[in-house]
Design a protein. Structure first.
Length: 338
């Protein structure tokens, strides 16, 4: 079901690009005490998790966006907000995003749900009495919604939230070729190219030659200038899709929304410079468990309010924690500490 939102953008950031760029440049979050844990995957690789909180409260899995990490401001800010409400959290770094290149050619993409499923099942086995929720931003939101739809009632979460989700990947890839959105596209592509180059050098250093060759086989990526080109040359080849269009069709989360069986908050800004209104689903496409809020402003993972310049309020922190708190029903059993 669709709801109107109480969010009002700050008058001094009343522009989608300002909303998007300001937190990336200026957001500051208090220092957090984090505990890193490395999980080794069945394919001889690893995933790094950053835990926050030592209370007996519920545990929230956090998923970052494209070229982000657990150190992204929106992740750390939400971890701090959750901690104030008695929630623990664990931020999943997608492969190669934790500051250390991973050990295989495998990367991450908008439809890659296997690693999230692996982490979820590890946490569920490790903390069987702990209530768990999940929150995803942008690419991480697409991964989360797709995973929820794939598994339906098999997932034991008390709630989920997804923000600024590229629900139709083809339309979002095309949108990033237009207007000022080209600036975001160019920066993201530069970061992705550097990510792949660093990974290949790392694989050669640790003598994982077969894995390094998989990246070399992608060819020269330096001339790639759009996400259509990147996903055709890199993602489709690495993951066995027929083409970028095939990847977009199979990985877009919008087609999975109807199957979601977990109380889920979906927050999208109508002025998001990464997408168009055509990306937003109709009410008939949502399951009864989804509450979709479309704001008039907010940009991409921005949603900054506040009356006074340079005294921002990050509305997502309060909205997400309020939604999770509403749906949290504590277990009576003893909950082990995380």
């Amino acid at each position: 079901m669709k709801h109107s939102s109480a969010f009002k953008p700050a008058w001094w950031l009343n522009n989608p690009h300002l909303q998007t760029i300001f937190p990336a440049l200026f957001r500051r979050v208090p220092a957090l005490k984090l505990r890193r844990q490395r999980l080794f995957t069945p394919d001889e690789d690893f995933l790094d998790l950053d835990f926050c909180g030592e209370s007996d409260g519920p545990l929230v899995i956090l998923l970052h966006g494209l070229t982000g990490s657990s150190a992204s401001g929106y992740i750390r800010g939400l971890q701090f907000a959750l901690l104030q409400q008695g929630f623990c959290s664990v931020a999943l770094n997608f492969r190669g995003c934790s500051g250390t290149p991973n050990h295989t050619a495998r990367c991450y993409h908008s439809g890659e749900t296997a690693d999230l499923d692996f982490v979820y099942r590890y946490l569920r086995d490790s903390y069987p009495h702990t209530d768990i929720a999940a929150v995803g931003f942008s690419l991480g939101g697409n991964v989360l919604l797709k995973w929820l739809g794939e598994h339906g009632k098999q997932i034991d979460l008390f709630a989920a939230a997804a923000v600024s989700v590229p629900l139709l990947l083809d339309k979002c890839a095309t949108r990033l070729d237009l207007g000022l959105s080209i600036l975001y596209r160019n920066r993201l592509l530069a970061e992705l190219k550097a990510y792949l180059q660093n990974k290949r050098r790392h694989l050669l250093r640790i003598q994982r030659y077969q894995e390094a060759e998989k990246l070399a086989a992608l060819g020269d990526i330096s001339a790639i200038s759009s996400f259509w080109e990147y996903d055709e040359q890199v993602v489709a080849k690495l993951y066995g899709f027929n083409s970028a269009a095939d990847y977009y069709q199979r990985s877009s989360a919008r087609q999975f929304l109807k199957a979601i069986q977990i109380p889920t908050l979906l927050v999208q800004a109508a002025d998001d410079p990464f997408m168009t209104p055509a990306v937003l689903p109709a009410a008939a496409e949502l399951s009864d468990f989804i509450q979709m809020e479309i704001t008039h402003g907010g940009g991409h993972v921005g949603f900054i309010s506040g009356h006074y310049p340079f005294r921002p309020r990050y509305w997502l922190d309060s909205r997400i924690t309020a939604f999770l708190s509403t749906h949290y029903r504590p277990n009576d059993d003893l909950i082990p500490k995380v």
